[in-house]
Write a protein that binds this ligand. Structure first.
Ligand code: GCU
Ligand code: CA
Length: 478
C-alpha cells in the first residue's frame, strides 16, 4: 500500500572524509539530507518559498503517513537532528520518530507556524549506530506530516565545555550615569570587544521616562570600568528614538566595525572604521523592510528583539527572539552582508515562552568545530541562561547545560565575593578572544559580562536598576 520507496542516500561521505583531512580537528561535520533525496510518501512539492534544494515532502493527510531518511553516523552514539518543516495549518502535526525501527520519541509536535511558506526546525537528539541509520517520521494524526524540507545532523555529546559550569561574580562594575539631558536609571544589554588594549562596551541605557537608547564606554581594565564616562550615542548620527540591545563586531571582509541594534519593529546597523571614536558611527540602516511575516505570525504578545549576528567562512547568521518562545535564525552570504538576509526560520521553540525567552548569544569555541548557543530564561528564582552546542553555526542544537538544576549560568551556580548583589544573571555577552564576525571565545577562559540588579527593588521592568557585573568560570578543564 505504501508508496514509501527505499532510498539509499550517498550523503557527503566523501566530503566528510575530505573535510576530516583539512579540518584542524577531525570531528564529524554537519550533514544535510534533503527531503527530495529521501523516501517521501507523497509528493515532492516546490510551491511555497523558503525550501532548500529542489523541494519539500508533502505527505497525504492521514494517520501513518511517513517519510524516511537514511542518515550516516561516523560512530555509534548520539546525533542531533534538525528537521526543517512548514505547518501552515492551525493544529500541530505530531509525528512519531523512530531510528532503525525503534520508537525514539512519540508525537514530536511540529507546531503550526502560520503559513506554508514559513519554516521551523525541530531539534531532536537520537541514538545512532555507526554507518547507515533509518530515521522515520510517522504521522500520529489525520493531518499527516507537516511539509518536510530537510534533515540536518550535528554531532552531539562531546563538548569542549564541562557539562556543569561554575562561576564567580564580581560586584557591580558599570553603573548608570546621567548628564544634563539624560536622566539614566539603568545600564543593560552589554556587548563588548577588547581591542588595542582597551575594552569597548556598548550598552542600552534606560532613562527615567522609560526611553531606551545606546551608550558607549571604554577602559583598559575592569577596575576602571566604574569610573569610565558613559558616552550617549543619541547625540551622534545614530540619533534619538528607541534603540536597544547593541551588538558590536569587526566585519573583517569590509574592514569596518558594525553595531547592530533593535529599533522597535526592525533591526538596524551603523558602521565605523574607528571603534574608539563614538562620534564616527553612521546613521542607522534597517536590515529588513519591516518585521517579517513569520515573526508577526508567531510573536503573540511578545516583541521582535535581541538580534545577534555570527558568521562562518561562507555565511552570516542572525539570531533573534520574540519573548514568545521562539528563537529565529536568518542567513545571508558573507559577500552580501549586511544585505540579503533571508526570511527568518524558527530555529528553536518552547511552548513555555519564559523558558526560551530572549537575549541569545552564539559563539564559536576557539580550536574546536563547535558553536555555543546561550538563551536567557525566566525562572521563579530570577533570570538564568540555558545553553546548547552544535558542530554547525546554524544548528541543530544539542542541550549542554539547559535545565534549572544544571543551567549555563544562574544564581545557583554563581558564587559572589561578598554580597550576592543580584539573583538575575541576565542579558550579556562572553568576553571574546578576537573582535571579528566569527565571535570566537576560548573554551578555557569563559567570562560573561551580564546585567544584574538589587533583588529587593520592585519596579516596572523598564525602571529596574540594572548594572553590569562580570562572571569568571571557576571550573575550566584546561
Ligand atoms: C495544503 C498545502 C500543502 C500541505 C497540505 C496539508 O494543501 O498546500 O503543502 O501539505 O495543505 O494540509 O498537509
Ligand atoms: Ca500534506
Amino acid at each position: 500500500m505504501s508508496r514509501l520507496a527505499r532510498f539509499t542516500a550517498v550523503p557527503l561521505l566523501a566530503l566528510v572524509a575530505t573535510l576530516a583531512l583539512i579540518a584542524p580537528s577531525a570531528s564529524a561535520q554537519a550533514s544535510r539530507y534533503e527531503a527530495e533525496d529521501a523516501a517521501c510518501e507523497g509528493t515532492v512539492d516546490s510551491n511555497y518559498a523558503g525550501f532548500s534544494g529542489r523541494g519539500f515532502c508533502n505527505t497525504p493527510n492521514r494517520v501513518g503517513a511517513r517519510m524516511e531518511f537514511t542518515v550516516h553516523a561516523e560512530t555509534a552514539g548520539t546525533l542531533t537532528l534538525g528537521v526543517k518543516y512548514a505547518n501552515g495549518s492551525t493544529a500541530a502535526r505530531p509525528a512519531d520518530l523512530s531510528v532503525n525501527g525503534a520508537l525514539v520519541r512519540s508525537a514530536v509536535a511540529f507546531e503550526p507556524i502560520g503559513a506554508w511558506s514559513s519554516w521551523a526546525v525541530e531539534n531532536l537528539t537520537v541514538p545512532v549506530r555507526a554507518g547507515a541509520n533509518t530515521v522515520r517520521l510517522t504521522a500520529a494524526t489525520a493531518g499527516g506530516l507537516a511539509n518536510i524540507d530537510y534533515l540536518d545532523t550535528a554531532r552531539a555529546g562531546d563538548s569542549a565545555l564541562p557539562p556543569n559550569l561554575q562561576w564567580n561574580s564580581s560586584g557591580p562594575l558599570v553603573f548608570p550615569k546621567s548628564d544634563a539631558t539624560h536622566n539614566i536609571v539603568s545600564v543593560k544589554d552589554p556587548s563588548v570587544v577588547y581591542h588595542n588594549g582597551r575594552y569597548h562596551v556598548f550598552v542600552s541605557v534606560v532613562s527615567a521616562n522609560q526611553g531606551y537608547s545606546l551608550a558607549y564606554l571604554s577602559f583598559t581594565d575592569w577596575s576602571q570600568a566604574g569610573s569610565a564616562p558613559l558616552r550617549f550615542l543619541d547625540t551622534t548620527a545614530i540619533g534619538t528614538g528607541y534603540k536597544a540591545a547593541p551588538q558590536v563586531f569587526y566585519f573583517a571582509p569590509q574592514q569596518r566595525w558594525y553595531l547592530t541594534y533593535q529599533i522597535g519593529d526592525n533591526v538596524a546597523y551603523s558602521t565605523t572604521a574607528n571603534i574608539a571614536d563614538p562620534a564616527s558611527w553612521s546613521a542607522p540602516k534597517p536590515f529588513y523592510a519591516g518585521t517579517p511575516q513569520i515573526v508577526l505570525d508567531n510573536m503573540g504578545e511578545g516583541q521582535w528583539l535581541d538580534f545577534w549576528t555570527i558568521c562562518d567562512s561562507a555565511n552570516c547568521h542572525m539570531y533573534s527572539s520574540d519573548d514568545n518562545g521562539n528563537l529565529y535564525r536568518a542567513q545571508t552570504s558573507l559577500a552580501r552582508f549586511p544585505n540579503g538576509f533571508s526570511e527568518p526560520v524558527i530555529a528553536m521553540h518552547d511552548p513555555n515562552h519564559h523558558w526560551l525567552f530572549e537575549g541569545a548569544n552564539v559563539y564559536r569555541l576557539a580550536g574546536e568545530n563547535e558553536y555555543l548557543l546561550m538563551v536567557e530564561a525566566i525562572t521563579a528564582g530570577g533570570r538564568i541562561f540555558r545553553s546548547w552546542t552544535s558542530s554547525n553555526v546554524s544548528g541543530p542544537w544539542t542541550p549542554l547545560a539547559d535545565t534549572k538544576e544544571n543551567p549555563f549560568a544562574s544564581r545557583s551556580n554563581v558564587t559572589f565575593d561578598g554580597t550576592a548583589w543580584t539573583n538575575d544573571i541576565s542579558h550579556g555577552e562572553l568576553i571574546r578572544g578576537g573582535v571579528d564576525q566569527t565571535l570566537t571565545v576560548s573554551p578555557c577562559d569563559l567570562r560573561f559580562l551580564y546585567q544584574g540588579k538589587d533583588p529587593d527593588v520592585s519596579a516596572p521592568y523598564n525602571l529596574l536598576p540594572w548594572r553590569l557585573g562580570l562572571l569568571t568560570q571557576t571550573n575550566s578543564p584546561c
